[in-house]
Design a binder for this molecule. Sequence first.
Ligand SMILES: Cc1ncc(C[n+]2csc(CCOP(=O)(O)OP(=O)(O)O)c2C)c(N)n1
Ligand SMILES: [Mg+2]
Length: 328
Amino acid sequence: MLTQDKLLEMYYKMVLIRAFEDRVHELFVQGRIPGFVHLYAGEEAVAVGVTSHLRKGDYITSTHRGHGHCIAMGVDIKGMMAELFGRKSGTCRGKGGSMHIADFEVGMLGANGIVGAGGPLAVGAAFAAKYRGSGDVVVCFAGDGAQNQGAVLESLNAAAIWKLPLIFVVEDNQYAISLRSLSSTKLQPRISTARSVAERAVAFGIPSVTVDGMDVLAVYEAAKAAVERARAGEGPSLLDCKTYRYYGHFEGDPMVYRSVEEVEEWKKRDPIKLFRERLVRGGVVEEVLDDIRRKASLEVEEAVRFAEESPYPEPSEAYTDVFTDPYY
Ligand SMILES: Cc1ncc(C[n+]2csc(CCOP(=O)(O)OP(=O)(O)O)c2C)c(N)n1
Ligand SMILES: [Mg+2]
């Protein structure tokens, strides 16, 4: 049973992700953030519903759309914002940027610019957890497009044969860049002939379930069963979460492949709105929720100030904290 404190913490994390992403969108439009940025707004229920089951010692792997995963795991947003700005005070000292934020202290093994690359990392971490007998679990977040990467398919197979404590979370936000994921349309080709990723998992001997990814409590319930299975040594599971990204694939995407009506239709079931209505029906007063929202906005403003006031790394530091050999 979820306590009121836990429910409010989940709400806080969801609004913090949204506030962070909406602000980053504005900053990018103003030309204040360099590089490539992929926003998670609209998908908050997935990251928060799943990670609400995690404890110290558990790990996640993430994607190029990783801000939501970071915030859900408790990565400090000041460091994240500074990382996006390329500053020395960033989570990865300004050298990772949006697509490479990692914070091992909180179990966040890293966002990743290589689609599907989180799969093998998650298998390694889950193998280690099993080997140690620690009861820790690993969550691999990956998009619908990533499900067609060989590395992800190999990861499903390895997790199944080694019975690893691993939960594969598919974030089916309907698109891989501009291509519809598994659902066909008259205008666009499918990128896979599989009927669903959940069905495909069964072929690997992995129990799977399709989940309403806009409903944080539905995600929470589905993840509960999967995490319990993993902790009990019963092996991997897969959650196929149906969700939607509100912004373009990347910041600057002209979004010619989808209609405004389609976006508006999904927004009617906005995950934060749905959860808020649920909480109010359950007796939480609106003012408490408004305060949480205000607190989140203030924290994001504080993070922007912190980032802008932080220095860039010194040129002499260019080769520290990176893994390539500059002389190779
Ligand atoms: C191995 C690899 N192939 C292609 C790309 C280019 N790319 C970046 S994101 C993306 C689509 C990913 O779609 P999905 O997995 O559904 O994630 P989403 O962006 O929808 O969250 C592609 C093909 C890449 N980064 N890495
Ligand atoms: Mg996608």
